[in-house]
Design a protein around this ligand. Structure first.
Ligand SMILES: Nc1ncnc2c1ncn2[C@@H]1O[C@H](COP(=O)(O)OP(=O)(O)O)[C@@H](O)[C@H]1O
Ligand SMILES: [Mg+2]
Length: 421
């Protein structure tokens, strides 16, 4: 079968790397892909907003399965369009993906179905939002309703900051239409953790736990980023907490979509905070996480194609994939300046040596005549497995030390919290 992957980041590189190993996959294409992906599969220069061209490509090349990476493609109705064209595609429809693309919709869904989440209110009128925020304790969390490239959540430490956040999101439309509404939420404390589960409409298949590092600098300092590194499993998510997540989050989610006739099919990736009173859902993501996918797929022993097809066919209950024992760690190498304005087009050296005992997933890279150049904020995700978390971590950092480009920076404490457990 021929497979088409949509997207061009580290997540899509990991999907391409894994799907290429499937005995049933004959060829993998990726649109638009990146420098690293183009070294393993065929990249095609079609942007994700050109849905007609993607559909024409899938038809012409007899693509048996298309896999959607990014959230905005799902929110734009990529899956609906492919399905209407008679093509097989992995991911939720536009209506189901509203669980990610509208935080108001997600909060209402959680409240209707008893899924544990932070106390909150939501508003389309900024004076009402300000009045509600004034009645909350501090810090208070202000969230733009729609997709905002991971920048639409502000944790306000003071009343003035809360007012300013509401003004920027709602009155100034800093994030465009994503700010038509806001969610105002109580601040929760505890370690963050995410889970991934394939959902086929009637059952959910839980993946191992993984933990991201959102802040740019060591010890969770600095600005928020798309994610600076991951490890799996995350020992914070004990068997007891995992059982809680199954019953209080996934089972209730399944009951909720059934009750509402919401045909959800795809990956569900809720973000959680493990508070003293139990796990609470911060948000639903409706796709594979980036860089969580890198560590999860590094640990998956079995054929990913089988799992994706079972999700579409509604036969997930029959799947029980095997995962590598031990751990996986992914450390992101980022461009100088990231997550603010960053430098690009720097030549990267050492990729071959780094790839000897690890897998280097590319995010913002492009191929040039003299080698691979940087072309984005997050550049590479150096991923290694090991019998223990410590071994996986040492291996990933050993490989990373081989890699150089001007301005490169990375966190030195990825997975350290996991070692302490
Ligand atoms: N209620 C909350 N209490 C404490 N921190 C929060 C809360 N909601 C969000 N955050 C922080 O903000 C980050 C982003 O929020 P999230 O809801 O995941 O939105 P998005 O990923 O779309 O930006 C979270 O990873 C978490 O660190
Ligand atoms: Mg999040």
């Amino acid at each position: 079968m021929k497979v088409l992957i949509l997207g061009g980041g580290g997540r899509e590189h990991a999907l391409a790397w894994k799907l290429r190993q499937s005995p049933r996959v004959t060829e993998v294409f990726c649109a638009p892909g990146n420098g690293g992906i183009s070294q393993v599969v065929t990249c095609i220069p079609i942007a994700l907003r050109e849905i007609d061209r993607l559909i024409a490509f899938a038809k012409e090349h007899e693509i048996g399965l298309t896999v959607v990476g990014p959230d905005d493609a799902l929110a734009a109705g990529m899956v609906d369009r492919f399905v209407a064209a008679g093509l097989r595609i992995f991911g939720p429809t536009q209506a189901a993906a509203r669980l990610e693309s509208s935080k108001v919709f997600a909060k209402e869904f959680m409240q209707r179905h008893g899924i544990p989440t932070a106390r909150s209110g939501h508003f389309t009128n900024s004076s009402e939002a300000r009045a509600f925020a004034a009645g909350m304790g501090l810090p208070v969390v202000i969230k733009a309703d729609g997709l905002a490239l991971g920048k639409g959540v502000i944790i306000a430490e003071t009343r003035a900051e809360a007012e300013e956040a509401i003004r920027q999101i709602m009155d100034e439309r800093k994030f465009g239409d994503a700010g038509r509404a806001v969610v105002i939420e109580e601040f929760l404390e505890g370690p963050e953790c995410s889970i991934h589960a394939l959902v086929d409409g009637t059952s959910a298949l839980l993946f191992p736990s993984a933990q991201d590092h959102k802040r740019a600098l060591d010890n969770d300092q600095g600005l928020n980023t798309g994610g600076m590194g991951t490890y799996s499993p995350a020992p914070q998510l004990t068997a007891e907490l995992e059982a809680f997540v199954r019953t209080e989050v996934l089972d209730r989610f399944l009951a909720g979509i059934k009750a509402e006739g919401l045909a959800y099919s795809g990956m569900l990736f809720p973000g959680l905070i493990l508070t003293k009173t139990g796990p609470k859902v911060l948000e639903f993501n409706c796709r594979f996480g980036d860089p969580e996918t890198q560590v999860l797929l590094a640990r998956l022993e079995d054929d990913l194609l089988e799992l994706l097809e079972a999700t579409i066919d509604g036969t997930l209950a029959r799947q029980s994939p095997r995962w590598k024992a031990g751990s996986a760690v992914c450390v992101i190498a980022a461009s100088g300046g990231y997550p603010e304005a960053y430098e690009a087009d720097k030549l990267i050296s050492g990729l071959d040596r780094a790839s000897e005992d690890s897998v280097v997933f590319h995010a913002g890279t492009r191929l040039a005549v003299d080698g691979v150049h940087t072309a984005g904020g997050r550049v590479l995700g150096v991923t290694a497995t090991g019998a223990t978390l410590g071994e996986a971590r040492d291996q990933a950092y050993k490989a990373l030390r081989e890699i150089h480009f001007e301005g490169m920076h990375f966190r030195r404490d990825i997975a350290v919290k996991g070692l302490a457990c």
